[in-house]
Design a protein around this ligand. Structure first.
Ligand code: TTP
Ligand code: MN
Ligand code: MN
Ligand code: MN
Length: 368
């Protein structure tokens, strides 16, 4: 039995931004079941139950030992009755009958397939399900459906997009994006955010934050070349507006949910590129890769970096902590102190943690 003398359950914070969560998860058995439950509630638009399971998963991801008895979770935050029932059954039976039921549920299985398509969310899935559609084959066969430009791209590159992005591919794309950006903006800073910044070895996409130090903002950058599919969302940020209080707020940066065409290394070659391999005209020698490009003004860079590094749960808890413990409002652009009625400037993530009175948490410890 692992002995963890410094571990005191009742001292574990309910906020994941006050915990250090690495990718080393001792309780995958439990957290996988919770994530299925949470996703099913998300598909049912039951945000409260969804968050309950996501918070519980996040606490167990943080635990430095595997849970083997109910006594192990005594005193921990976020362990409500619904959560405890699942844990108890997994301890006793090895699996959760509720999670198993959900993964075999027709509606869940359909929503899971539908939302695996780029551009398809819960709303569209709901619509298709109500029309009697159950599988992607049925969706593709239905010629009456009006697909968005994004969804068409999602179906066109489906196989590539559901296969994970590797670290090698992320590094290759990173070089390409940096080189391309630098031909337009030589001083620009390009940073990988998202899961790869948290140390994950695979991802569903690659997230980039781009900023140009100095006063000049370049809103032309995204309109220049290189992308297979690109839906540019113009910046809607208004100076002096208060940070958003929504739990899962979208930000107002100019951004682009793109698909990039990455040429695979040729036989006997190791280099990825975005130019064609002419001697291999017969075989598909490229892979479609999902890339998120976010452009931020330099003075908002630290806030954008913190927000886009995630994890999603870590970000939610940072904002919840700011609101409930500090009377502040945090989003991807700014931090507003409601008592002092001022915006708190930050040039680094460390400064944001300091403003919030939190110990610094490294990116690889934000896998909540
Ligand atoms: P994702 O790319 O969805 O997630 P991820 O990189 O953690 O994991 P994956 O390997 O599946 O890609 O989002 C990255 C972070 O960006 C996430 O913490 C939430 C944040 N985000 C925003 O802040 N605003 C947005 O509009 C979106 C889409 C994401
Ligand atoms: Mn990502
Ligand atoms: Mn994701
Ligand atoms: Mn992303």
């Amino acid at each position: 039995e692992p002995e963890v003398p410094s571990f005191i359950a009742s001292k574990v914070s309910q906020y994941s931004c006050q915990r250090k969560t690495t990718l080393n998860n001792y309780n995958k058995k439990f957290t996988d079941a919770f994530e299925i439950m949470a996703e099913n509630y998300e598909f049912k638009e039951n945000e409260i139950f969804c968050l309950e399971f996501l918070r519980a998963a996040s606490v167990l991801k943080f635990l430095p030992f595997p849970v083997t008895r109910m006594k192990d979770i005594q005193g921990l935050p976020c362990m409500g009755d619904r959560v405890r029932d699942v844990i108890e059954e997994i301890i006793e039976e090895g699996e959760s009958s509720r999670a198993k039921e959900v993964s075999n549920d027709e509606r869940y299985k359909s929503f899971k397939q539908f939302t695996s398509v780029f551009g398809v969310g819960v709303k569209t899935s709901e619509k298709w399900y109500r029309m009697g559609l159950r599988t992607l084959e049925e969706v593709k066969a239905d010629k009456t459906l009006k697909l968005s430009k994004m969804q068409k791209a999602g179906f066109l590159y489906y196989e590539d997009l559901i296969s994970c992005v590797s670290k090698a591919e992320a590094d290759a794309v990173s070089l390409i994006v940096k080189n391309t950006v630098c031909t337009f903006l030589p001083d620009a800073l390009v940073t990988i955010t998202g899961g790869f910044r948290r140390g994950k070895s695979t991802g569903h996409d690659i997230d980039f934050l781009i900023t140009n130090p100095g006063p000049e903002e370049d809103d032309e950058l995204l309109h220049k070349g290189l992308l297979l599919y690109c839906d540019i969302i113009e910046s809607t940020f208004v100076k002096e507006q208060l940070p958003s209080r929504k739990v899962d707020a979208m930000d107002n940066f100019q951004k682009c949910f793109a698909i990039l065409k990455l040429y695979q290394p040729r036989v006997n070659s190791n280099s990825y590129s975005t130019s064609k391999n002419f001697d291999m005209a017969e075989v598909k020698d490229w892979k479609a890769i999902r890339v998120d490009l976010v452009i931020t003004p330099f003075e908002q860079y630290a806030y954008a970096l913190l927000g886009w590094t995630g994890s999603r749960q870590f970000g939610r808890d940072l904002r919840r902590y700011a609101t409930h413990e500090k009377k502040m409002i945090l989003d991807n652009h700014a931090l507003y102190d409601r008592r002092e009625r001022i915006f708190l400037k930050a040039g680094s993530e460390e400064e944001i943690f300091t403003h919030l009175g939190l110990d610094y948490v490294e990116p690889w410890e934000r896998n909540a």
